[in-house]
Design a protein around this ligand. Structure first.
Ligand code: DHB
Length: 391
C-alpha cells in the first residue's frame, strides 16, 4: 500500500494534519494504536489559544467550539489569598477559549469521517524504516494482529510523548533536552456549579491550585501533589479541603463542592527533541516536545507545529520545493522554546517546592507582585498565554 503522507498517531495533531492535507488534495493515512472511545475519554487540558481556535473554525472542521465552548477574556492570579485579574482583552486585545481537548478530538474525528479520511484506529506501529530514503515505510499490526506495510513519501510522527517515531530516529542524530519537576498535579472532575467565571491560578504556602471549568454542571480542578501520590488514598472531603485551603483568603472565596467522578495524577516534564526531523520523518506535537501543564500550551503548540508542517508539505508536493520542509524544524522550534519558557516560568512562579526555603517562597511572591503590579508584566503574561501569532 502506498500514500503520500503516512501519519503515525491519531490524536488532535495527527487528525488536524490529515484534515489539512486532504483539503489540499494530498493523500494520507493515519494509524492510531488506541480506539476512538479511549481517546475521547482521555481528559487533557481545556484552553485553546486564538490561533488554535481559528484552525478549527476557519478550515472547515465544523467544531462545536463556538456553541459549547466558553470565551475567556482573562484569568485570575491568586496569591496571599487575593485574586489579581489579568484582563487579556484590555491588555492585548485577545482571548482564549475553554474547550476540552477531547472535544477537539471528537470534532476532528467527525470531520475526518465526514470527508472520507483514512483513519485507522487500533493499528499499532511496530516499525518505521528507510526514513533516510525517498521510500520510507511504516510497519503495523491491526487489532486482529495482522501485519501490514505502508510506503509513504513522507512520514509524520504525531504519536505523543512516548512517540515510537521519535525513538526510530538514531540517537546519534538527535539531541534530547529535558528537566524533571519534583511535583505533579492531582486533577479532578466534579459535578458542581462553577466556583469562578474564569480560571484561577493560585499560589499558596501549601502549593499550587487551579480552578478551571468545563460547563455549568461540570468543573475541573487541580492541585499540586507529590509525583507518586495515589488518587485512591484521598477521600472526596480531603480533596475539597485541600483545594479550599489553597484558595482561602480574606475575600472569603469558597469553592462549590460536588461529587468527584474522575481523579488522576498528571506527571510533569519539560522535554524537547532536536531536530524535529530525520530524513523524510517529521515529528509534531508531543512526539517532539512535552510541556508541563501550567499554562495549557500542549495542544496549542501541537497545532502550531501542524500548521507550519502542513504549509511546508503543501509546497513540497505542489512544487517539489524542499525549502519549507528543510526549515520546518528550525521554524517550529522557535515557538517550542518560547512555550517551554512560558510553561516553565508559570510553573516555577506558581508552585511551591517541598524543600523551598522561606527566601524562595517570598521571592516567588515578589515575582508575582512584579507581574500583577505592572501593566507591562500583565501584558507579557497575557500575550504569552493567548499565544504568539502563527508563522
Ligand atoms: C486546564 C488545564 C491547564 O493545564 C491549564 O493551564 C488551564 C486549564 C483545564 O484542564 O481546564
Amino acid at each position: 500500500e502506498t500514500t503520500q503522507v503516512g501519519i503515525v498517531g491519531g490524536g488532535p495533531a495527527g487528525l488536524m494534519l490529515s484534515h489539512l492535507l486532504s483539503r489540499a488534495g494530498i493523500d494520507n493515512i493515519v494509524l492510531e494504536a488506541r480506539d476512538h472511545e479511549t481517546i475521547k475519554n482521555t481528559h487533557r487540558a481545556g484552553i485553546l489559544e486564538t490561533g488554535a481556535v481559528e484552525m478549527l473554525t476557519d478550515y472547515g472542521v465544523d467544531s462545536r467550539i463556538k456553541e459549547i465552548g466558553y470565551e475567556h477574556h482573562g484569568i485570575d492570579l491568586r496569591f496571599n489569598g487575593e485574586s489579581h485579574r489579568i484582563n487579556f482583552k484590555e491588555l492585548v486585545d485577545a482571548s482564549v477559549w475553554l474547550y476540552p481537548q477531547n472535544e477537539v478530538f471528537v470534532d476532528l474525528a467527525a470531520a475526518r469521517s465526514r470527508d472520507g479520511g483514512d483513519v485507522r484506529y487500533e493499528h499499532t506501529v511496530i516499525g518505521v524504516e528507510d526514513a533516510e530514503t525517498d521510500q520510507p515505510k511504516i510497519r503495523y499490526t491491526d487489532h486482529e494482529g495482522n501485519e501490514g506495510v505502508i510506503q509513504a513519501r513522507i512520514i509524520v510522527g504525531t504519536d505523543g510523548s512516548r512517540s515510537f517515531c521519535r525513538r526510530a530516529i538514531p540517537s546519534e542524530t538527535r539531541q534530547e533536552h529535558k528537566i524533571e519537576y519534583p511535583f505533579a498535579w492531582f486533577g479532578i472532575l466534579t459535578e458542581a456549579p462553577p466556583s469562578a467565571e474564569e480560571l484561577v491560578y493560585a499560589n499558596s504556602p501549601r502549593g499550587f491550585a487551579l480552578i478551571s471549568q468545563r460547563n455549568e454542571t461540570v468543573q475541573r480542578h487541580y492541585f499540586q501533589c507529590d509525583p507518586d501520590e495515589n488518587p485512591d488514598d484521598w477521600t472526596e472531603d480531603q480533596i475539597w479541603d485541600e483545594l479550599q485551603a489553597r484558595v482561602d483568603g480574606p475575600d472569603g472565596f469558597q469553592l462549590k463542592r460536588g461529587p468527584i467522578f474522575d481523579k488522576t495524577v498528571l506527571k510533569f516534564r519539560s522535554f524537547v527533541a532536536e531536530p524535529m526531523r530525520w530524513g523524510n520523518l517529521f515529528l509534531a506535537g508531543d512526539a517532539g516536545h512535552t510541556v508541563p501543564p501550567t499554562g495549557a500550551k500542549g495542544l496549542n503548540l501541537a497545532f502550531a507545529d501542524v500548521k507550519i508542517l502542513f504549509n511546508a508539505l503543501e509546497e513540497f508536493f505542489k512544487s517539489g520545493s524542499t525549502t519549507g520542509i528543510d526549515n520546518y524544524s528550525e521554524t517550529a522550534l522557535k515557538r517550542v522554546w518560547k512555550a517551554q519558557n512560558f510553561s516553565y516560568w508559570m510553573t516555577s512562579m506558581l508552585h511551591t517546592r517541598d524543600d523551598a526555603t522561606s527566601f524562595e517562597a517570598r521571592r516567588a511572591i515578589g515575582e508575582l507582585q512584579t507581574v500583577v503590579g505592572s501593566k507591562y508584566g500583565r501584558q507579557y503574561l497575557a500575550e504569552s498565554y493567548c499565544g504568539w501569532p502563527h508563522e
